[in-house]
Write a protein that binds this ligand. Structure first.
Ligand code: GCB
Length: 643
């Protein structure tokens, strides 16, 4: 049975829609002398379509009039997940279409000036979105963690006297072909379930938060504009090399001025070519946090476009540029030709009330906690994080493994052509968005897929090859939990990333198995593939405040011992081929309800409210010790005084 939730109208829309095509750039919107930004964050009108087939909004064309005229609406903050905002369990656990609407006052100047492009941008909305302006559809987008936009200038100029009404319908339904995949299961036994009862099954361990998760905004550019910039950096002795390409839209002939400036805004190199190599003498390289006394050094690449045919208007866009290289050998991960050891965390975009909504206080707090911990890196488990977070990483020198939403690919039907095509398109979008961040040093194309299944080999070979084609400068991995002997995709990755939970999911309560099992794990993977290995997840749940000695599962003491036993083995293997350790998890996070989860996953070393458990102090001591051994501590923190 397959009715509702993905209503017929969406099927029809999908047929004619061309989504996820990467034919233009996706530069982060920024203000400049030629560009204005208007944020549309705040309260929007909101209505969940609770009709049995979730299709009433389309049948009655809710986008055609004000949402409040179609029925009752409530206040909904943007950005935020809608799930935890009200007291209504049916909204927390809702599956299907929800509708957002907001009226915007567009500056008269934007409307009057035909030479201004007005672009509506959504940072991300989970999972499938359709956008209308004044009742006219302007775009749709599949995928919950990447931005999309539409040029709406001509629409708002149609009738300058009416306010600009933006309607966004968002559907969080996951199917076998979405990323992440899921299934909708109807329960038809009327002796057990009410009429129309269905569940959304998922194969991943975090709450399927939904809604408009990142900022919505309007921004302008001149008609002739800088559409995209790509930089690739290198260096030779003291000379930095910035290879760049600028793509221009809206002008047939254009003059460019490209200027690279240092932190003090002094010009260090310039050019008037659309692509080329800028040479930087006495280069200041971009270094990770705790690897150099001046980490995260950024130059600015100012691109100035003068279109000959456009009343001499200019467009100006400035891209932060970190000059660094990344290389992988059979035993090392090299940043600027120096061995880099990942001592970091896995995170989630997750917090009380806002769910996965972008929240500045939380972002800054998390960076302060990571630095306190002595973490030099994190992995964006299990989806791309907000660009605002990556920009922080660039500035602070926090190294990122950038993961796409390929989590929970467990069903053989999710290895089919439609799934693969979509997965490739998501990688296109991810690389397009994140290619210029110096902090991003590796792409992760999936987490714990069923890599032993026969179709996995073709799937991952294609996916990894495609990703390397998009970006030949960064290594590619996927995160494995399967048996080294049966893993079909491992031959194609550059770095082996392994998750394991010895004495937790296997041999629960038996801490004494960790040394032998972890040693075997490493020897097997390295013995077979001769590639460097990252322990990409390990950990144990601890309910904060729960204690026992001798340690028992779910206590803070047990979590401590799991960490220490893993660390002992890491200390042997990091002298050989283990190049990193990422704790699962930075903080506790919400999951679906189930018998193994006590109001969410409790493997955080911080609580969901970002207070330390005992394990945070173990990790802190270790990470600062590692930093002291392998890197250069910033002058303001002299080990071990910071402990
Ligand atoms: C894993 C998954 C992660 C889970 C974690 C756990 O292997 O990658 O999403 O949350 O284990 O705690 O079970």
């Amino acid at each position: 049975e397959n009715r509702g939730v993905w209503p017929g109208v969406l099927g029809a829309l999908c047929l004619c829609a061309v989504f996820n095509t990467v034919d233009s750039g996706m530069l982060f919107p920024q203000e400049s002398s030629s560009r204005e930004v208007k944020e549309l964050n705040g309260l929007w009108d909101f209505r969940a379509d609770k009709s049995p087939n979730r299709n009433q909004g389309f049948e009655r064309a809710w986008y055609k009039s004000r949402l409040a005229e179609t029925g009752p609406v409530i206040d909904m903050p943007v950005p935020a997940s809608y799930n935890d905002i009200t007291q209504d369990p049916s909204l927390r656990d809702f599956t299907g279409w929800v509708w957002y609407e907001r009226e915007v006052v567009v500056p008269a100047r934007w409307v009057a000036d035909e030479g201004t492009r007005v672009v509506l941008r959504v940072g991300s909305a989970h999972y499938y979105s359709i956008v209308w302006v004044n009742g006219v559809k302007v775009t749709e987008h599949e995928g919950g963690h990447l931005p999309f936009e539409a040029e709406i200038g001509s629409l708002i100029r149609k009738d300058p006297t009416t306010p600009c009404r933006i309607t966004i319908a968002v559907n969080n339904t996951l199917t076998l072909k979405t990323l992440p995949p899921g299934t909708i299961q109807y329960m038809s036994d009327r002796t057990k379930y009410p009429d129309g009862f269905f569940v959304q099954n998922i194969y991943f361990d975090f709450f399927n938060y939904a809604g408009i998760h990142r900022p919505v905004l309007l921004y302008t550019t001149p008609k002739a504009y800088v559409d995209d910039i790509t930089v690739v950096t290198d260096f030779l002795d003291n000379t930095g090399l910035v290879k760049y390409t600028v793509s221009v839209q809206g002008a047939t002939t254009a003059t460019l001025k490209v200027t690279l400036m240092d932190k003090d805004r002094h010009c260090v190199a310039s050019s008037s070519d659309q692509s080329g190599v800028l040479k930087v003498v006495d280069v200041k390289l971009w270094w990770p946090y705790l690897m150099h006394e001046n980490p995260g050094y950024l130059y600015s690449l100012e691109v100035r476009l003068m279109a000959a045919d456009e009343r001499s208007t200019q467009d100006v866009y400035t891209l932060p540029v970190g000059i660094r290289t990344v290389n992988v050998t059979s035993t090392q991960f090299l940043i600027n030709n120096k061995p880099f050891y990942f001592h970091g965390v896995n995170k989630h975009e997750d917090s009380d009330i806002r769910g996965k909504g972008l929240d500045w206080p939380l972002i800054v707090k998390d960076f302060n906690l990571m630095k306190w911990l002595g973490a030099n890196s994190f992995r964006t488990s299990h989806y791309p994080y907000a660009e605002e977070i990556l920009q922080m990483c660039d500035r602070h020198g926090i190294v990122v493994i950038d993961e796409c939403p390929g989590v929970g690919i467990k069903d053989i039907r999710s290895f089919g052509n439609a799934s693969l095509t979509h997965h490739l398109a998501v990688m296109d979008e991810l690389v397009r968005r994140d290619k210029n961040h110096p902090s991003v040093v590796m792409w992760s194309v999936a987490n714990e897929p069923a890599a032993e299944m026969p179709p996995a080999e073709y799937y991952f070979k294609t996916l990894i090859k495609h990703t390397k084609g998009l970006d030949p400068t960064r290594p590619v991995t996927y995160i494995t939990d399967s048996n080294y002997a049966r893993d079909k995709g491992a031959p194609y990755v550059d770095v082996i990333c392994v998750n394991s939970y010895f004495s937790w999911y296997h041999d629960p309560g038996h801490l004494e198995v960790i040394p032998i099992q972890l040693n075997t794990q490493f020897e097997n993977w390295y013995g077979k593939y001769h590639k460097p290995i990252i322990q990409s997840e390990y950990g144990a749940d601890a309910v904060p405040g729960l204690h026992s000695d001798p340690p028992m599962m779910f206590t803070e003491e047990y979590q401590n011992v799991v960490l220490q036993k893993y660390h002992d083995v890491f200390d042997q293997k990091r002298k050989q081929y283990v190049i990193g350790e990422l704790i699962w998890n930075f903080a506790d996070f919400m999951t679906a309800q189930g018998i193994t989860r006590v109001v969410g996953n409790k493997k955080g070393v911080f609580t969901r409210q970002r207070q330390p458990k005992a394990a945070a102090f173990i990790l802190k001591e270790r990470y600062w010790r590692l930093a002291n051994e392998t890197g250069i501590l910033p002058p303001w923190t002299k080990y071990p005084c910071s402990l």
